[in-house]
Design a protein around this ligand. Structure first.
Ligand code: NAD
Ligand code: TYD
Length: 356
């Protein structure tokens, strides 16, 4: 038995593969990743030589390639993490988001549907397609409005969230129309190790250490609901194991925080763990900059369904998770330096002789 993970060289997919294979009894993983700028094989370094991890560079939109992989490895589940994931990039260049998140998901679903249709009936029943999605599909909440439940109306506001919403709808339709045994998870903002430093928390850590400004959009009072990435991974494992076919599960940490509070916390932890040479606080590097266009004001996840039905709850509080995260970045200057210099992309050149 094998599982196929897409996007397993990215932030969440990479953490998922590492956590999955940390269990000696775990099934092998076939990891299909296009290695965009966000795909980083350094993250999977510790799996070098581990026969349970098969990495394949490829696009989820390449249905023929995906079909061949499915036929070759006969996975009992496909977990789709692959996506373009950064809202700011979706504003300056939406096309890649439509291509991967909409067309890519569609092509992947088509290949999986054909493969699943050819399985024996017992294997068909046991098979799962788990789609990893985001709370951003639900749009923005006002202050005091109830957190997103699974039946909240879809109101995506950015090209990123609109493209993820489209993929969620396709996944739903493949269940209702073709009976494909799907599961969907909609998770809040993640943070933790191996996070690409274009997203808020890792960007603040690396900029602070480099003596650069810490750019806070607008008034910094936008609220996100933060979840430690390893808790997201445990939720996905639990949904894969016991989720009801066709259902959607919201995943969140009950940790609503304003961005400025997050940045203050990161600065305070760095002040404690790696103080500036001049003894001043990193908070002095905070710089309020022009707001993101169409910036959603507040996200909050109601994760009661996942808790009540499947008994999942996060292991980390925000305080423990953010401390571990800052510590991780301080302890892994090599990973950070290679991301910042672009050296993590040398693998592509070495392997395929192509420009990354
Ligand atoms: P990421 O940008 O760090 O990683 C995405 C990975 O997908 C990269 O390794 C990239 O190379 C790969 N990829 C991109 N296009 C591909 C394609 N066409 N074919 C194959 N691989 C491709 O993203 P992430 O933060 O790890 O997010 C993973 C998933 O989780 C996404 O679907 C995202 O929407 C969802 N999500 C993210 C968050 C968050 O806070 N980061 C929260 C909730 C849900
Ligand atoms: P981000 O990490 O990009 O995640 P998302 O937009 O998917 O929630 O941003 C988290 C929040 O932080 C969001 O409200 C935008 C804000 N932000 C900043 O204020 N400054 C920054 O430099 C970045 C990258 C984000």
């Amino acid at each position: 038995m094998t599982i196929l993970v897409t996007g397993g060289a990215g932030f969440i997919g990479g953490n998922f593969v590492l956590d999955w294979l940390a269990n000696p009894q775990a099934e092998p993983v076939v990891n299909l990743d296009k290695l965009t700028y966000a795909g980083n094989l350094d993250t999977l370094d510790s799996l070098t030589g581990d026969a349970r991890h098969v990495f394949v560079q490829g696009d989820i939109a390449d249905a023929e390639r995906v079909s061949r992989l499915l036929d070759q490895h006969q996975p009992r589940a496909v977990l789709n993490f692959a996506a373009e994931s950064h809202v700011d990039r979706s504003i300056s260049g939406p096309e890649a988001f439509i291509q991967t998140n909409v067309m890519g998901s569609f092509k992947l679903l088509e290949a999986v549907r054909a493969y699943w249709g050819g399985l024996a009936s017992q294997a068909q029943q046991a098979f799962r397609f788990l789609h990893v999605s985001t709370d951003e599909v639900y749009g923005s909440l006002g202050p005091g409005q109830a957190a997103f439940t699974e039946s909240h109306r879809y109101e995506p506001n950015s090209p990123y969230s609109a493209s993820k919403a489209a993929s969620d709808h396709l996944v739903r339709a493949y269940h209702h129309t073709y009976g494909l045994p799907v599961l969907t998870t909609n998770c809040s903002n993640n943070y933790g190790p191996y996070h690409f430093p274009e997203k808020l928390i890792p960007l603040m850590i690396v900029n602070a250490l480099a003596g650069k400004p810490l750019p806070v959009y607008g008034d910094g009072m936008q609220i996100r609901d933060w979840l430690y990435v390893k808790d997201h991974c445990s939720a996905i494992r639990r949904v894969l194991e016991a989720g009801r076919v066709g259902e959607v599960y919201n995943v969140g940490g009950w940790n609503e925080k304003a961005n400025i509070e997050i940045v203050h916390t990161v600065c305070d932890l760095l002040d404690e763990l790696q103080p500036r040479a001049d003894g001043l606080s990193y908070r002095g590097q905070i710089s309020h900059v022009t707001d993101r266009p169409g910036h959603d004001r507040r996200y909050a996840i109601d994760a009661r369904k996942l808790h009540d039905e499947l008994g999942w709850k996060p292991a980390e509080t925000f305080d423990t998770g953010i401390r571990q995260t800052v510590r991780w970045y301080l302890d892994h200057p090599g990973w950070v330096a290679r991301v910042q210099s672009g050296a993590y992309r040398d693998w592509l050149q070495a392997q395929y002789g192509q420009a990354a």
